[in-house]
Design a protein around this ligand. Structure first.
Ligand code: GLN
Length: 556
């Protein structure tokens, strides 16, 4: 077994260039060539993990099976490579320092002065090499360095990967730099200067990129690629263009056409077969050419920041492919619903999804929205807080407990239908203390969930502190709420459904974290199917209403 090779993906000019998509796309191409790939994301912030960070700033927290709370790029790795990640695949500056300071307090450094170089850089290299040694030894580790070249925070990581380049040798390490080539409308031309500067900055640190990924709004022609090649000392063939595309899943195909994976294989001296991308092309084609279009409303708190719901958005793309439908997401603020009523925003939708969340703001609007879709037989999918809101709504408006609420928001409640989980009592630290990661769940054979999964035992990923209060289970069930999924010890309700409704499912876990393009999540798939049926039914009904009455056939 040969030692693993390393590909480092850095970014320049601006943030949000899609380094995660670049790393995932390359990973997919190499995987399709039969190579074993591991991805790792280095995040240069001091938080130990993003679990305590505001989704407004950081986007979604991606929870893994092992319960680690990670960066949303790990979601891309999983969705592109159909490969589950673990806590070793995301490393933050906070974790590095935590390890070093713990060691220092223990006296492990034997009196040495502990410094960024060599101690921090050594620890970064250790983390990187530990990914190369995971059970199923990878042929290549693709490491993405968060942030932008030039940031103070990224420096120790760049220094560490420079050292890896020296230690492993040029043919074992490849540096890929993602930059922006802006198009200046008034001048009518592309500008390569930011790319030149960014590569210059990288070279000052001691890193000469082997490949550039040039992000741009429009296609870049060959003469411009030649110019970039000359100024940045990268072969023209390795100046890869990444113009904007309508779906991120097309990016690997665009890269393959430019021989990105071939260049990487040549660099490492691999004789790997051409990747078979036929199935992937088929999926991308289905994303781009759907037969139907449906409208799903997402009612949440962060409707302006789509990154907070990244996995949900992707899950709908996967579920859309499975149903040959494009899912148009309509973002509705729960506060607007509260002020103007649900009718205004939800009258012409084909389904409603309420995502997870924390804090009371917007909860009443969500409950109003759920009441509306329950009463109008519109498909409903509630996730985590969305499920809890559905239980509150049902308790209030079906069971008549008008002051039902969640213990998360009010402590002296008459009817806390959502309660703190027993093992959360006394927990005071915020970081990493929720019920996190994969847990098994047993499904009720008569449920829609069972029909969707086609199996009675599932595992799903969690991230919550509160649960359906068992004291109210019987009452809710008597009034028609099915406890469709329970933890194996029966103590936690994981899924609720309303069997008399066309499709009303609330889940305590986060199904969106397990959906992948090649394997859409069963519940998203069935929710979208229900929405398509609802739309058919609705347009049928409208047609019937609009049809003039045919009097010629009437008798008498
Ligand atoms: N705030 C709720 C809880 O902690 C829901 C969490 C979530 O939606 N992720 O239980």
């Amino acid at each position: 077994m040969e030692k693993a090779k390393y590909v480092f993906v850095t970014g320049g000019v601006v943030s949000s260039l899609g380094k995660g998509i670049v790393a995932s796309s390359l990973g997919l191409l190499l995987q399709k060539r039969g190579l074993k790939v591991q991805n790792i994301k280095f995040d240069p912030y001091l938080n130990v993990d993003p679990g305590t960070m505001n989704p407004f700033q950081h986007g979604e927290v991606f929870v893994l099976d092992d319960g680690s709370e990670t960066d949303l790029d790990l979601g891309h790795y999983e969705r592109f490579l159909d490969q589950s990640q673990s806590r070793v695949n995301n490393v933050t500056t906070g974790q590095i320092y935590h390890t070093i300071i713990t060691r220092e307090r223990r006296g492990d450094y034997l009196g040495a002065t502990v410094q960024v170089i060599p101690h921090v850089t050594e620890e970064i290299k250790n983390r990187l090499r530990s990914v190369a040694r995971v059970a199923d030894q990878p042929d290549v580790v693709i490491a993405e360095i968060g942030g932008t070249v030039g940031d103070i925070e990224s420096l120790p990581f760049l220094e560490a990967i420079r050292q890896i380049g020296l230690e492993e040798g040029d043919r074992s390490v490849m540096f890929i730099h993602v930059t922006l080539v802006p198009y200046i409308n008034t001048a009518g031309e592309f500008k390569t200067k930011p790319t030149q500067h960014s590569v210059k900055e990288l070279r000052e640190i001691g890193i000469q990129p082997h490949m550039l990924i040039c992000r741009s709004a429009k296609p870049i022609n060959d003469s411009l690629r030649q110019k970039i090649s000359l100024f940045c000392s990268v072969p023209t063939r390795s100046v890869i263009v990444a113009e904007d595309v309508s779906t991120i899943y097309e990016v690997p195909l665009k890269f393959h056409h430019q021989e990105m994976d071939q260049i990487v294989c040549e660099h490492f001296g691999w004789q790997a077969p051409e990747p078979d991308l036929v199935a992937w092309e088929g999926l991308v084609d289905r994303i781009k050419n759907p037969a139907k279009r449906i409208k799903i409303a997402i009612c949440g708190k962060y409707v302006n920041l789509k990154d907070a719901y990244k996995s949900i958005i992707e899950s709908f793309i996967h579920a859309g492919v499975a149903n040959d439908a494009e899912v148009n997401l309509v973002w509705v603020s729960s506060e607007d619903i509260k002020h103007a009523g649900p009718e205004k925003y939800l009258a012409d939708i084909d389904g409603l999804l309420i995502p997870g969340g924390f804090g009371e703001r917007g909860v009443e609007g969500k409950i109003e929205a759920i009441r509306y879709v329950r009463q109008h037989n519109i498909p409903f999918f509630g996730i985590c807080l969305g499920m809890q809101c559905a239980v509150i709504e049902f308790a209030r408006n079906v069971c008549g407990l008008s002051d039902a609420h969640s213990f998360e928001f009010y402590r002296d409640l008459k009817h806390p239908v959502i309660h703190l989980m027993a093992d959360q009592e006394g927990v005071t630290e915020l970081g990493g203390t929720m019920r996190l990661g994969a847990y098994p769940c047993l499904l009720e054979p008569q449920s829609r969930s069972y029909a969707a999964y086609g199996s009675s035992e599932i595992t799903e990923r969690h991230r919550h502190r509160y649960e359906l209060n068992n004291a109210y289970r019987d009452m809710l069930a008597r009034q028609g709420l099915l406890m469709a999924g329970l933890s194996p010890d029966q103590r936690l309700v994981e899924i609720v459904e309303i069997p008399s409704h066309p499709w009303f499912v609330g889940v305590q876990f986060h199904p969106e974290l397990k959906s992948r393009l090649v394997r859409p999540h069963p519940l998203f798939r069935e929710f979208v199917r229900a929405a398509v049926l609802y739309q058919d039914d609705r347009s049928g009904r409208m047609l019937r209403l609009e049809e003039p009455v045919d009097t010629s056939r009437s008798h008498g």
